[in-house]
Write a protein that binds this ligand. Structure first.
Ligand SMILES: [Fe+2]
Length: 375
């Protein structure tokens, strides 16, 4: 038996979907967002204009990529001071993930980073509604029950999972993705492809997640090149929806070793999550393919795509400007050699535990090296 959950209460999608903010009821709304891009393209002003007729609105900005424990704790203090009954997380996966962790500690003040990994977590928020408006098409944090926080002091990225983290409403508005730079569209789109393929080759999948993952894979192969090259509304909206489908799939079936290895590199070098995944994905597929079940699933994908899926992943990566290895992504060799043992230890954590082939430090080491050196 398996319980499947695809979204919170509502998924609102299509160009102009942001207008749904104008029908929310609340007293105090806090917008949690990242850098300057959503200010520059007018999205934050538009959101404020939609919300302000209904109550007080405050903006908490400046959440960076790979959000850290410190950023969450600073935001939590601001959230406690403002005391919102509605939180609207807007931006890439980072501000949405940071807002999730803040919300958890805001709703349950006895929880903190000291005990959150050793305590059974509550599942139902009672004082705060939570809306997520992604501006990138990758993490699908808008529909998942997961947040990933970086702990620089131990060079690790750790996931917190509970239903309380799943947004009540997800808004997929391709219009706010129009100003997304091409390289961010490429990296986040490859993150979504990684979610879909890791889910598709995870033994926990069943019929529903199989279909969602396969649909996302086919859609991303069809629409990501145009989303990167042209960035028009149709391709950006399509990528938003396929990335979300991939999230629905992997949050029910799990991922695999690509995310385990990429989290280790991101924790050490702040490598963009989607970029790291994109580079690592073909090396892991080459390895996992020795498993007959994985080989059969990849053959099914290859038949649907009209060519070998691993070669198609490499070609798509190249087409959208992803480097072939992590050395070419700018991580200095001296740093890699200094940190290699710790990177391997870090790569064994997280989703590597649900890789279709069980891994050991000895078997994962050559894959980490191959992803770094490109051979
Ligand atoms: Fe990811």
């Amino acid at each position: 038996m398996k319980k499947i959950r695809l979204t919170g209460e509502q998924l609102i999608t299509g160009p102009g979907a942001l207008d749904a903010l104008g029908s929310l009821e609340f007293t105090r709304a806090m917008i949690v967002t990242g850098g300057r891009s959503l200010f520059r393209n007018g999205t934050i002003d538009r959101a404020k204009a939609l919300l302000e007729p209904h109550g007080a609105v405050e903006v908490l900005d400046g959440i960076g990529a790979n959000p850290t424990r410190d950023q969450v704790e600073r935001g939590l203090a601001a959230m406690r001071a403002f005391s919102p009954d509605l939180v609207v997380a807007m931006g890439g996966g980072s501000p949405i993930d940071a807002a999730k962790a803040m919300l958890l500690f805001y709703e349950w003040p006895a929880l903190n980073f000291e005990n959150v990994f050793s305590t059974p977590l509550p599942e139902k928020r009672t004082k705060t509604r939570f809306v997520a408006v992604p501006s990138t098409s990758g993490t699908a944090s808008e529909v998942t029950h997961v947040t990933v926080i970086t702990f620089p002091e131990i060079s690790q990225k750790l996931a917190i999972k509970t239903e309380a983290l799943r947004p009540d409403i997800a808004i997929l508005d391709g219009e706010i993705c129009l100003s997304l730079p091409a390289h961010i569209a490429a990296e986040t789109g490859m993150d979504a492809l990684t979610h879909a393929i890791e889910c598709y080759t995870n033994r926990s999948k069943e019929t529903f997640t199989d279909l969602l993952a396969r649909g996302a894979i086919e859609g991303i192969f069809e629409w990501l090149p145009r989303s990167v090259a042209a960035g028009d509304l149709e391709s950006r909206q399509r990528m938003h929806e396929y990335a979300c489908m991939a999230g629905m799939a992997f949050s029910n079936a799990g991922l695999g070793m690509v995310h385990g290895i990429s989290h280790a590199f991101s924790a050490f070098y702040n490598t963009a999550h989607g970029l790291a995944n994109a580079v690592i994905l073909p090396y892991v597929l080459d390895y996992n393919r020795q498993d007959p079940w994985v080989a059969g699933e990849l053959d099914r994908l290859s038949a649907a795509l009209g060519g070998d899926v691993v070669e198609k992943v490499r070609a798509l990566s190249h087409e959208v400007g992803i480097p072939a290895c992590l050395r070419d992504a700018g991580i200095p060799e001296a740093d890699f050699l200094r940190d290699e043992a710790q990177l391997i230890a870090g790569a064994m954590l997280g989703s590597t535990k649900v890789n279709p082939i069980p891994m050991t430090p000895e078997t994962i080491a050559p894959i980490v090296r191959a992803a770094y050196y490109g051979s």
